[in-house]
Design a protein around this ligand. Structure first.
Ligand code: MG
Length: 278
């Protein structure tokens, strides 16, 4: 359960003060967030944690190219076969890539080196993102709408290491709409479900708020996101914009499934319904 924290919600300030740039940014965001805000304003305190790939953005193959390049930076050779992603954390993906390419276990034990290689590989590949990828339809508006709700803390829960999550969102101007300082990342743990508590602890330290199983809502596109919510102690809204269709995500146990983020009113009412469901 979400326990009362030190923050006074009656001050009208909200969690997001200081995250935005100019007054123009504020005006633009408030204008675009007008739809759905009537519903979202009814939300009690809520921590919303977004998955990145196939939920907020399509990376156009840049992710897989980045794992391959990181592999090459670490081993001096190209991997055979493409990396398998699909909701796995970055360290998990790299370990499976090492194993599939018969790399000795001692070469893949140092997570610090792997993280460095992944960050370097993304640094080289990030310029490809705006051409090859795109923000998923409705994603920016959904983020803007939640950004304007004082009761909501909004960040990410992603298998990407922190630097690469930022690079992907920054490429599509989405990074400033979420508080990336309190996200759960593949660099926090190889186990996705552990990222829920990693994010909640960062939120507690920054905002003095504790969020629990009913007040934390993940939004993601794979059965692994659903499993992370179940094992990590959170609710989840699944979005069928990845490889899994609606029925697969329903069968995997999502609290709700939506086709996409295109309909902001629908997204807003589903979020309120899931958050307030007993
Ligand atoms: Mg995903």
């Amino acid at each position: 359960m979400c326990s009362p924290g030190a923050r006074d919600h009656g001050d009208g300030v909200g969690y997001h003060t200081g995250m935005l740039g100019s007054d123009r940014d504020h005006e633009r965001i408030e204008g675009m967030a007008a739809v759905g805000v009537g519903v979202l304003d009814q939300l009690p305190k809520t921590l919303v944690l977004w998955d990145v790939d196939h939920t907020l953005i399509e990376n156009g193959g840049v992710s897989k190219a980045t794992y391959s390049l990181a592999f090459e930076l670490l081993t001096g050779r190209l991997p055979s076969g493409r990396p398998v992603t699909d909701g796995r954390t970055d360290f998990q993906i790299m370990r499976e890539l090492f194993s599939a390419n018969s790399v000795a276990p001692d070469r893949c034990a140092d997570l610090g080196r792997i993280e460095q290689a992944l960050a370097e590989a993304m640094k080289r590949n990030a310029p490809l993102l705006p051409d090859r990828g795109y923000a998923l339809p409705g994603a920016a508006d959904a983020l803007r709408a939640l950004l304007s709700v004082p009761a909501v803390v909004q960040s990410v829960l992603t298998g990407n290491i922190e630097a690469n999550a930022w690079a992907k969102l920054h490429a599509f101007d989405l990074d400033r709409l979420v508080d990336l300082g309190v996200g759960g990342y593949g660099s926090d743990s190889i186990v996705r479900s552990e990222l829920v508590d990693a994010a909640r602890e960062k939120v507690r330290l920054k905002y003095g708020e504790k969020f629990g199983a009913t007040s934390t809502i993940l939004i993601g596109d794979t059965p692994r996101d659903i499993e992370a919510a179940r094992n990590g102690g959170a609710k989840i809204i699944a979005v069928a914009t990845g490889a899994s269709d609606v029925s697969t995500l329903q069968a995997a146990g999502a609290d709700a499934v939506i086709e996409s983020l295109v309909d902001l009113d629908r997204f807003s009412s589903v979020l309120l319904e899931v958050r307030t469901r007993a």
